[in-house]
Design a protein around this ligand. Structure first.
Ligand code: GLU
Length: 446
């Protein structure tokens, strides 16, 4: 494959959530896998709803996921290019002026439905004479513009769905330009895909019908078609669509709640595939796993508990280098030994703070049996401590006291950490060190 160019084209009208992060990820991973480039395109022709703060938030949230676009464009800055394309379609007789009001269209649709006909636009505007048009204009009406579809089947080999077809004879001619001259999404998207040289359009299956319409626009503008891939959509566990209103499933909501970005990426792209979702250590690793052709055609169910569990497992696999900066930002020392000691006990990274507190102190010991603790203290080896210290010490304590199993380990854990659960003490003991261990065994906070 020659170097692909893919694009993610959000409208900056809200925050990204896990559902609409999926096309971003599918495109990004595809580009990584095939040595391609990734274009971020803001579909912001709806000026009333598009906001700069959302555009900035989208870039930030993509960055959190690890997506750094090679190129960024904004449709609101490219209107002249769309005007030229619209003009070209008008001259070719493929874009025609319509004067119906929304009410008129609505009544016509209801009549069609009442007569058992499909509610397709009847192309009445195509028959308007110049005088009739002038009369509408004199009334103060402004035209909106529809694309004249050829009544034929459009077929393509979908990257996800395989052989695909849509019969355009069953569709209304789509409105491309509104009365106020602003563009709906359909035409600018095609024009940008042509102008920027997009090779693969990967998006949700809610765009399958658009693809048939847009394929005809590509052709009407004399351009060849990119490849198309339509992934399944994500629903809630109960099968409802995810909406932008689900704030806690927004990427920022997930980030604030401490979910790992890589877990979001892995779940978002692997859920509902034939492969089990498993933790990955980088987006490049994930890029090697995600195959568009393996994405299921059925809707994928998103389960928050599955995400939380995957996020924890993702943390448990992280090498120190993957989290070093974040541990520093949390003001946690201890380096790699600390990370390796505690990572398996974390559901969220910031819980490492608790274990750092336990290691560094002061920790308040819990001593149930003072003489047991005193015996254990007397047997604590000299430093340096290493990974074997715990074993040799507890063997000595067992020999001296006769305690074994939980009766041996729990009092030591409670004395050393003040808690009755936690990371392996073999790993924690060298981090706590002899001085603090002795104080804690003596019942002192240290
Ligand atoms: N702005 C469109 C959307 O968010 C882009 C669809 C596309 O990828 O073509 O649905």
């Amino acid at each position: 494959m020659t170097s692909p160019l893919v694009r993610f084209a959000p409208s900056p009208t809200g925050y990204l959530h896990i559902g609409n992060a999926r096309p971003a990820l599918f495109n990004w991973l595809f580009a990584r896998r095939h040595g391609g480039r990734f274009l971020l395109r803001y579909d912001d022709t709806d000026i009333a709803r598009s906001k700069l703060e959302y555009a900035e938030a989208i870039a930030e949230d993509l960055g959190w996921l690890g997506i750094v676009p090679d190129l960024v464009i904004k449709q609101s800055e490219r209107l002249a290019i769309y005007d030229a394309a619209a003009e070209r379609l008008r001259r070719a007789g493929r874009l025609y002026a319509c004067y119906e009001t929304a009410d008129e269209l609505d009544r016509r649709r209801k009549r069609q439905l009442a007569r058992g006909l499909p509610p397709i636009y009847d192309r009445a505007a195509l028959k308007l004479t110049a005088e009739q048009k002038a009369a509408f204009e004199a009334e103060g009406r402004k035209p909106h513009w529809r694309f004249l579809l050829e009544p034929r089947e459009v077929t393509w080999d979908d990257l996800v769905r395989g052989a695909s077809h849509v019969d355009c004879a069953s569709l209304s001619d789509p409105v491309l330009v509104r009365e106020d001259g602003s563009y709906l999404y359909t035409l600018p998207s095609v024009v940008d895909d042509i102008e920027t040289g997009v090779t693969h359009v990967i998006r949700g299956e809610d765009h399958v019908t658009n693809t048939a319409v847009q394929a005809q626009i590509f052709e009407a503008l004399g351009a060849s078609l990119p490849a198309f891939g339509h992934h399944n959509l994500l629903t809630t566990a109960s099968g409802e669509g995810l909406s932008k209103r689900l704030g806690h499933l927004s990427l920022r909501g997930l980030r604030e709640s401490g979910v790992e970005a890589l877990a979001v990426a892995a779940l978002a792209t692997m859920v509902g595939t034939s492969d089990a979702v498993r933790p990955v250590s980088s987006l490049d690793e994930l890029a090697g796993l995600v195959e568009l052709a393996h994405v299921s055609r059925a809707p994928a169910k998103f389960d928050e508990h599955e995400l939380a569990a995957l996020s924890a497992r993702t943390l448990h696999h992280f090498p120190f280098a993957a989290v070093a900066d974040r541990l520093t930002a949390l003001d946690l020392g201890g380096g790699e030994p600390f990370w390796l000691a505690v990572r398996g006990n974390l559901a969220k990274l910031d819980e490492a703070t608790l274990w750092w507190q336990v290691v560094q102190g002061p920790a308040t010991p819990v001593i149930a049996d003072q003489s047991f603790a005193a015996t254990a203290a007397g047997l604590l080896p000299q430093e340096p401590f290493d990974a074997t210290t715990w074993k040799s010490w507890t063997q000595a304590v067992a020999a001296a006291t006769g305690a074994k199993g939980k009766a041996l380990f729990m009092p030591l854990r409670q004395a050393l950490t003040g808690l009755d659960h936690g990371p392996e003490l073999a790993a924690l003991l060298p981090l706590i060190g002899r001085e603090k261990a002795l104080k804690r065994l003596a019942g002192e906070s240290a």
